[in-house]
Ligand binder design. Structure first.
Ligand SMILES: *Cc1c(COP(=O)(O)O)cnc(C)c1O
Length: 410
């Protein structure tokens, strides 16, 4: 069934798609936080924020309990609400679009570029023109750096400037990623590489992300905006819990806005600090695995490997392979089952958001509306790329993909 090239002894244990990489440092850091007596937002959150802002080169960073919370806060701080519309990508997790609904605005989808599966700036431009013609007040673009490959920010910035829009980045996959030399999340006003006004970037520390705190997120951007985010994340109170303890503790507080409950805990921040130390090594490992996959599949006609455009550095959160279905006798779903039968866990990123029942029905969207996203979806398989993969694990994944491709070649 397999050619000698791909013959390897069968794996005994199932290879999970994306387990968290937690070590003794994280465990000890969490224990220390628990023993410190301060378990919610406090000194560890403040330190993690400072170190994170430094790492990406941002003016400031605010710790939250998810990336989704960061996106919702960014929309609210930008004054986006009922009557407004926000352009985003269908090639994302539903949370990206859900937050637009949460603030009462209307999500407008635009198709993606076939190479990166990131928002296609020309499609964004057309979506804005068409939305305006229908009377929608478009206020923002919400791009996702899909798989960790930075979007074409220069072109998106130009579209945003032309239509006077804010840009709010979903950087759930993009840690650490670079665009034209600067880190994603490091955009500040006045930066010649980021000519945007008010760019806010939201990162995810969910269990399977490149840096995890179990659940968590970080919003980066200009200090004056993020000062308001600190109020929003904690019920709209004028001070954090971190400032309410101590010798001169006061019971008095004032509510300045009907804020959210989005704050990061110090237990999570303790994990985040330990993970941040390991991030460069984690990323190097992801890059090496991506390079091995891409080299190994170069002569495999049944699959297409992900691209990395000039001028960017990929975060390699995902390694999305695309099948050439015309060269196979099976579809993507069956390909995944065959990999699972060979003990390899995979996933699919993403079911295009406009095809989910709520978005389809509520916004009158249909199959065929975003052909590049839909064509990609039919063919996508995300291979394991987490940093704990051993060289043997990577060889097993390569052998399994080649074996399935050969066994079901048309
Ligand atoms: C994981 C993910 C999110 C949500 O992150 P949370 O921290 O779980 O809120 C948002 N967008 C994308 C693209 C994601 O992959």
């Amino acid at each position: 069934m397999t050619s000698p090239r791909s013959a390897r002894p069968a794996r005994e244990a199932f290879l999970p798609f994306s387990p968290p990489s937690i070590g003794e440092a994280e465990i000890q850091a969490v224990v220390d936080a628990l023993r410190s007596g301060w378990i919610t937002t406090g000194p560890r959150t403040a330190l993690f924020e400072r170190r994170f802002a430094e790492f990406v080169g941002a003016e400031d960073a605010v710790g939250l309990n998810s990336c989704t919370a960061g996106l919702q806060t960014a929309l609210a701080l930008s004054g986006i609400g009922p009557g407004d519309a926000v352009v985003t990508t269908p090639m994302t997790f539903a949370g990206t679009a859900n937050v637009i609904e949460h603030v009462g605005a209307k999500p407008i989808f635009a198709d993606v570029s076939p190479d990166t599966l990131n928002l296609d700036p020309a499609c964004v431009h057309r979506a804005i023109e068409s939305a305006r013609a229908h009377g929608d007040r478009v206020r923002a673009i919400l791009p996702v750096h899909y798989a960790g490959h930075p979007c074409d920010l220069e072109a998106l910035d130009a579209v945003a400037a032309e239509h006077d829009l804010v840009v709010i980045e979903d950087a759930a996959h993009a840690l650490p990623a670079r665009y034209q030399g600067r880190m994603i999340g490091g955009g500040v006003p006045g930066d010649p590489l980021a000519p945007r006004n008010r760019v806010l970037t939201s990162f995810s520390f969910y269990a399977n992300k490149n840096l995890t705190t179990g659940e968590g997120g970080m919003l980066t951007g200009p200090a004056d905006v993020l000062e308001r985010a600190r109020v929003y994340r904690n019920h709209g109170l004028d001070r954090d819990a971190s400032q309410r303890g101590g010798a001169h503790a006061s019971w008095r507080y004032a509510v300045h806005a009907p804020g959210y409950k989005f704050n990061m805990t110090d237990v999570a921040a303790a994990m985040g600090l330990a993970q941040l130390d390991k991030l460069p090594a984690f990323h190097a490992r992801r890059q090496a695995t991506a390079a091995r996959y891409t080299a190994a599949f170069a002569d495999c006609g049944a699959v297409e490997t992900p691209t990395e455009r000039a001028g960017v550095k990929h975060a390699w959160h995902l390694y999305p392979l695309r099948l050439h279905l015309d060269q196979l006798t099976i579809d993507r779903d069956r390909f995944i089952d065959e990999l699972a039968a060979r003990q390899i866990g995979t996933s699919v990123h993403f079911i295009p958001v406009h095809l989910h029942p709520w978005y389809r029905d509520e916004h009158g969207l249909r199959v065929g509306d975003f052909p590049a996203a839909e064509r990609a979806f039919e063919r996508l398989i995300s291979l394991p790329i987490h940093p704990a993969l051993t060289d043997d694990d990577v060889a097993d994944v390569i052998a399994a993909v080649r074996a399935v491709a050969e066994a079901f070649a048309r």
